[in-house]
Design a protein around this ligand. Structure first.
Ligand SMILES: NC(=O)c1ccc[n+]([C@@H]2O[C@H](COP(=O)([O-])OP(=O)(O)OC[C@H]3O[C@@H](n4cnc5c(N)ncnc54)[C@H](OP(=O)(O)O)[C@@H]3O)[C@@H](O)[C@H]2O)c1
Length: 229
């Protein structure tokens, strides 16, 4: 049985990812900040990704239960600057966003790498967005033109870079690391404005989390295929 951990699994896309992985027969740790929010069929794991002690404890718990981790889904993130002009975003604002989506992702990944190395077919899936694509953002009239979140978008650009760096580092250990964009989903983050359901968004991540052994690594994809970095 595959062992999986999903961060931010108490609501939105992360909750659906945890549920779908459990439905596929995986033993899923649902990283949550409120145990009552873990989806049925998963094991709640208290995990605030900004809390070093909680991250260390999560690794200890997974280690004690299984001695390895096959699937890590880094999903937890916040977006606090929707509708805020880039000129009005402060460094504190940036820190808050990066604390969860970037430093939290590194804290969790760093803590789980020994457990991923203990798997014979490990995958890491990082939730990101096309808004983090520097290539798309640099096209002046492109699809990112009206989405100018300085903190959120650049945090996801960092996630994209981290994906490639981890993929390159962990390739030889047989650990694949990929970034996925779930599309514009109707969740709390988007004020439920997205045109896709959380379940549809989750399916993109689940596909990557269950790709054939020896599958691609260091990629950035959405439902429709590859996205430019
Ligand atoms: N929705 C979209 O259209 C969309 C598009 C592209 C990419 N994404 C990405 O997909 C992922 C999921 O987004 P979503 O729409 O499902 O967001 P969401 O509904 O706002 O849910 C965010 C999740 O992150 C968790 N979280 C926040 N701070 C945390 C912390 N310090 N430690 C641990 N967990 C924390 C939340 O947990 P609590 O319940 O405890 O607050 C919640 O489970 C994110 O990485 C997002 O950037 C979303």
């Amino acid at each position: 049985m595959k062992i999986a951990l999903v961060t931010g699994a108490g609501r939105g896309v992360g909750r659906e990812i945890a549920r779908q992985l459990a439905d596929l027969g995986m033993a899923v740790f649902a990283g949550v900040r409120d145990e009552g929010h873990a989806p049925e069929g998963t094991t709640p794991l208290l995990l605030d990704v900004t809390d070093g002690a909680a991250v260390a404890n999560a690794a200890k718990t997974v280690d004690a239960a299984h001695g390895r981790l096959d699937v890590l889904v880094n999903n937890a993130a916040i977006c606090g600057d929707h509708g805020v002009s880039p000129a009005d975003v402060t460094a504190d604002h940036m820190r808050a966003t990066y604390e969860v989506g970037v430093f939290g992702l590194v804290a969790v990944t760093h803590a789980m790498i020994p457990l991923l190395r203990a798997s014979d077919d490990a995958r890491v899936v990082n939730l990101t967005t096309r808004l983090g694509s520097v290539a798309l953002t640099s096209a002046r009239d492109g699809i990112n033109a009206d989405w100018r979140m300085l903190a959120y978008n650049s945090a996801k650009s960092a996630v994209n870079a981290l994906t490639v760096l981890y993929a390159n580092e962990l390739r030889e250990a047989g650990i694949v690391v990929n970034a996925v964009d779930p599309g514009h989903c109707a969740t709390d983050m988007t004020g439920h404005t997205g045109d896709r359901s959380a379940a549809e968004g989750a399916a993109v991540a689940v596909r990557m989390a269950t790709a054939q052994a020896g599958g691609p690594t260091g990629t950035f994809t959405c439902e429709d295929g590859p996205l430019p970095w």
